[in-house]
Design a binder for this molecule. Structure first.
Ligand code: PLP
Length: 392
């Protein structure tokens, strides 16, 4: 029997993206704006559809990491201001200029090059991230040079620990930025000051300044890899495949490379046509779980490049049945309950009783964070969108 399903689909709910943008903008101070961070192809969700949905919901800026990502947004016809966060080579800077994007500056030579091309800059100050940016005592000097060159647009910083429970270092960074921003805004009243990522945005208005830059929370994922529902977020992505085959095996039979799983009794095995080349990490072999037609089933054996195997309850599962790698079973949206949890006690049902697997749960199992789980979903996995706005 041939089924109508595609082998692997990342379903992205654009209404969830809009809901999350509105939620994140809820507490912004008067006049502050929202920058939707769509770098890395929108954390795997698709930069252009996500950017459109975010702008529909009230975001006014787009944030990316590279000049090529800025060009992709422009090629799709998006005209909102774009800020490129990452360090740029000369060639990248020319691309950013062509895209009419703004850039982040922390050195005099870069500032000169940006000024020559007429690229407006946001001066980056290192308040404690320890990566890029000028020292706080150098920020005023660089702003003055940018202002003289006519390209000063903003002042920014980035938090290292906004997602951690202990707020001491967050407060230290916030204090440094608050002081700098206050002084420089007196000198340059139009200066756009911004430093909040998702975690800092959710901590409340003291870190919001003139703009917040949110990525992970806009995708409905929890910045601290815990419970996204406690902040009223809705996960946007569901990774789904189907049963390509079902077979009964007997005691002593093994499945997959290396024979790492051997049946000790009569067992029903489902074969799922996704593998590590689709972004289902190999480390989930003999460890992770999936939802087959709504029931939790363990992944058994190694995950291959293009396939994996799961153990089915007796009599359960037919070819073509839905297999959810993460997200909610069936037509459910992975939403609802606000339940504090820590792996392995993740709530398995949402508040409507729909079985689900959260990205946070998969990440915890892998010893990583939810960011990596959606970024890993490979380009060969088809993206399908729900909740697209009707064509104007
Ligand atoms: C990626 C990024 C963000 C967004 O971070 P989230 O934790 O995903 O909200 C914000 N600012 C900068 C500079 C970034 O690089």
């Amino acid at each position: 029997m041939l089924t109508g399903r595609q082998r692997a689909v990342a379903e992205v709910d654009l209404e969830a993206i809009r809901h999350n943008v509105r939620r994140l903008m809820r507490d912004l101070p008067e006049g502050a704006v929202h920058c939707a961070v769509v770098k890395a192809d929108g954390y795997g969700h698709g930069a252009v559809p996500v950017a459109r949905a975010a702008l529909e919901a009230g975001a006014t800026w787009l944030g990316v990491a590279t000049a090529a990502e800025a060009r992709e947004l422009r090629a799709a016809g998006l005209t909102a201001p774009v800020l490129v966060f990452g360090p740029l080579t000369g060639a990248d800077l020319a691309d950013a200029a062509e895209a009419g994007a703004e850039a982040v500056a922390w050195s005099v030579p870069f500032l000169r090059a940006a000024a020559r091309l007429g690229v407006r800059v946001h001066v980056k100050v290192d308040t404690g991230m320890g990566r890029l940016g000028v020292r706080p005592d150098e920020a005023a000097g660089l702003c003055a040079r940018a202002s003289e060159a006519g390209v000063l647009a903003g002042l920014m910083s980035h938090f290292a620990t906004a997602d951690e429970e202990d707020a001491a270092f967050f407060e230290l960074q916030l204090g440094r930025f608050t002081e700098l921003a206050a002084g420089l805004k007196r000198r340059y009243p139009g200066l756009l000051c911004h430093t909040a990522n998702s975690a800092a945005t959710l901590r409340g208005p003291r870190a919001h300044f003139d703009m917040v830059r949110t990525g992970i929370a806009m995708y409905g994922l929890a910045p601290a890899n815990d419970d996204p529902f406690k902040d009223g977020l809705r996960p946007a992505m569901k990774l789904v495949s189907h049963l390509a085959g079902v077979r009964e095996i007997g005691p002593g039979d093994s499945v997959g490379y290396g024979r790492t799983w051997i049946a000790d009794e009569d067992t029903r095995i489902g074969v799922v046509p996704v593998g590590y080349a689709d972004g289902v990490r190999r480390a989930l072999g003999n460890t992770g779980e999936v939802l087959v037609a709504g029931r939790r089933c363990p992944i058994v054996g190694r995950i291959s490049m293009d396939q994996m195997t799961v153990r089915l309850p007796g009599g359960w599962g037919r070819p073509g049945d839905e297999v959810v790698l993460f997200g909610a079973a069936g037509d459910g949206v992975a939403g609802g309950a606000s339940v504090a949890w820590t792996w392995p006690s993740a709530p398995r049902l949402d508040d409507r009783g729909t079985p689900r697997i959260l990205c946070e749960e998969v990440a915890a199992l892998l010893g990583t964070i939810n960011y990596e789980v959606t970024c890993d979903v490979a380009p060969r996995v088809v993206r399908r969108y729900r909740g697209e706005a009707p064509a104007a």
